[in-house]
Design a protein around this ligand. Structure first.
Ligand code: G4P
Length: 539
């Protein structure tokens, strides 16, 4: 390509990158993630009415009904990526299932976001699922903004909540807005970022309320707006905020070492516009990503991307799957051959999908930060890298120790081949994890939630024509084992003594299946030169 054309291409990539904000919303179920997502989409004009996203949500009432979950999973492909434009920016929201049985899905999606918004319920404070998800974000230094939701309800004191966020989540918070009252007494919000007051009027759930600029809170105008009592309390609170919390520093936010906090009510569309406007200003554009070989910059001319999610069962009869690729660098073009690095094979895609609100459409060209959905008949597994030709392997699609373990047995000897193929492909999709015992080659399925066993059994039968049964295998945790000295007597002894509990994961890494917390603790004490990791990502 002539130099001039290359320059033009790089400039256009740089311009597109600047426009993109790719992020995820994480929360404990019921904190308001779906409601907030929907309100954000309303701002972008991407949907016309509230309720559109909500209908696609995996509902908690369906936990015992896996058929329903599967049906909803099918629908939720549409909400896997919700893209919209706002203030000249292209925003991609990656859906992160709040349901804890799909936590693994969410962890993987977090490898594809450039930042996150954490939603916390003002009454419930920091909950279990939020803690887990935030700890994954912290491991990766993902920039986070906290949104404290449901201010229209009685909840915890704002300062107590900020303390809780700092202590339980290990964050360094800096409030960028502050509530004026709460629950019945909720008057509105003072926005420290924009220096204005937004008065709450709970009567309109889709309308954006007007703000009044107040540069100086000492100004009497504040008393007129909210009454003297509330105005004085706010003044005191803001003084405390200023004295106790660091002032906002964008570099620290981007480095994942400081987290701005907003207050609002997603249901009432209150405080959401402020959140979005600030997000647009401060959130990172697509970031460089480390491959095993080198760090890749989004501005690079050559395309690279990785698979972070595979959605199956779109049409069970055809085993149709959609592999979701996050574009890391360059441009992804329709019908151009790209290298599937693990298979060392060139592949072309005639109908890559892009996502716009709830629609998917065929797209000719996509840029860093974008997600494209590629139709797949079994070529991809989670973590695969696709490039223009370079041998790159993106790191960091971790596996975490499952919570449940069961032997899987073949219930129809005539269909062994189908069963193994089915298990293989379902594991590639990340439905569950497979471990093979060293001692006898028996296969163990590990899952985050018990629900997945039913899903696997059902899908093996309906998509692969194979039948399976399960047998309990009471295991506490799977630990990836690692040592600096694999030839040491200590390691040999460990392998001999724990023979019954050693297995290989799908990448042939050694895993210790500890049957209790106590046996794990004993192993750690007895074999100090061996490291036991609860995630496969430790190198
Ligand atoms: P999730 O995706 O995090 O699981 O939460 P979701 O948005 O579904 O919200 C959970 C519940 O909290 C919903 O009520 C929702 O209407 C409510 N909610 C969300 N934001 C606010 C808010 O700012 N204030 C108040 N008061 N409630 C809020 P639900 O009864 O479970 O569902 P629905 O009957 O309203 O659909």
């Amino acid at each position: 390509m002539a130099i001039f054309a290359v320059l033009l291409l790089i400039m256009s990539i740089a311009k597109e990158i600047k426009k993109r904000r790719t992020f995820g919303i994480i929360s404990h179920p019921d904190a308001g993630k779906t409601t907030l997502t929907e309100k954000l989409l309303l701002f972008g004009g991407a949907i016309q009415e509230a309720g559109a996203v909500k209908n696609n949500k995996i509902k908690k009432t369906a936990t015992s009904d896996f058929m329903e979950i599967e049906r909803q999973r099918g629908i939720s492909v549409a909400t896997s990526v919700l893209a919209f434009e706002y203030r000249d920016k292209k925003i991609n929201i990656l859906d992160t299932p709040g349901h804890k049985d799909f936590a693994e899905d969410t962890y993987r999606t977090l490898t594809a976001v450039d930042s996150v918004i954490v939603v916390i319920d003002v009454a419930k404070g920091v909950e279990e699922q939020t803690e887990k998800l935030v700890s994954v974000c912290r491991m990766r230094n993902i920039p986070m903004i906290v949104f404290i939701n449901k201010l229209d309800r009685e909840g915890k004191d704002a300062f107590d909540l900020l303390d809780e966020v700092e202590q339980k989540l290990g964050l360094v918070v800096t409030p960028l807005s502050f509530p004026i009252g709460m629950g019945y007494d909720f008057k509105g919000i003072y926005n420290l970022y924009e220096k204005n007051v937004n008065l709450f009027d709970g009567s309109n759930k889709t309308h954006v309320s007007k703000t009044t600029a107040i540069d100086d809170v000492q100004n009497e105008q504040l008393d007129q707006l909210v009454g003297s009592n509330a105005a004085n309390t706010l003044r005191e609170n803001l003084e405390l905020v200023e004295g106790v919390y660091p002032s906002f520093n964008r570099d620290e936010y981007l480095a994942g070492t400081q987290q701005p906090v907003f207050f609002g009510s997603a249901l009432n569309n209150f405080g959401v516009r402020e959140l979005l406007d600030c997000f647009i200003d401060i959130a990172p554009t697509p970031r460089p990503k480390a491959a095993e070989e080198r760090v890749v910059n989004p501005e690079e001319e050559e395309f690279s991307g990785f698979v972070f999610k595979i959605h199956a069962n779109m049409d069970p009869k055809h085993r149709d799957r959609l592999a979701f690729i996050k574009i890391v660098s360059g441009t992804f073009e329709r019908n151009k051959p790209y290298l599937h690095v693990r298979h060392q094979k060139k592949l072309k895609f005639s109908s890559p999908n892009t996502f716009f609100a709830e629609r998917k459409e065929i797209v000719d060209i996509s840029y860093p930060g974008d997600i494209v959905g590629l139709h797949d008949t079994g070529n991809f597994k989670i973590g695969d890298t696709l490039t223009s030709g370079e041998n790159l392997n993106y790191r960091g699609i971790p596996s975490f120790s499952p919570e449940h373990f069961r032997y899987i047995n073949n219930a129809d000897p005539m269909k062994a081949k189908q069963l193994f193929k089915g298990i293989d492909q379902l594991m590639d999709e990340g439905v569950a994890q497979l471990f093979t015992l060293d001692i006898n080659g028996r296969k163990i399925i590990g899952t985050v939630g018990a629900l997945q066993y039913e899903v696997i059994q059902y899908r093996l039968e309906h998509e692969y024509g194979a039948k399976c049964t399960y047998e309990n295998f009471p295991i506490h945790k799977a630990c990836w084992v690692d040592t600096d000295n694999p030839n040491s007597e200590e390691f040999k002894e460990f392998k001999r003594v724990k023979q019954k509990f050693l297995a290989r994961d799908k990448s042939d890494q050694l895993v210790f299946l500890a049957d209790s917390a106590f046996s794990l603790q004993m192993a750690e004490q007895k074999y100090p030169s061996i490291r036991f990791h609860l995630t496969s990502e430790f190198k």
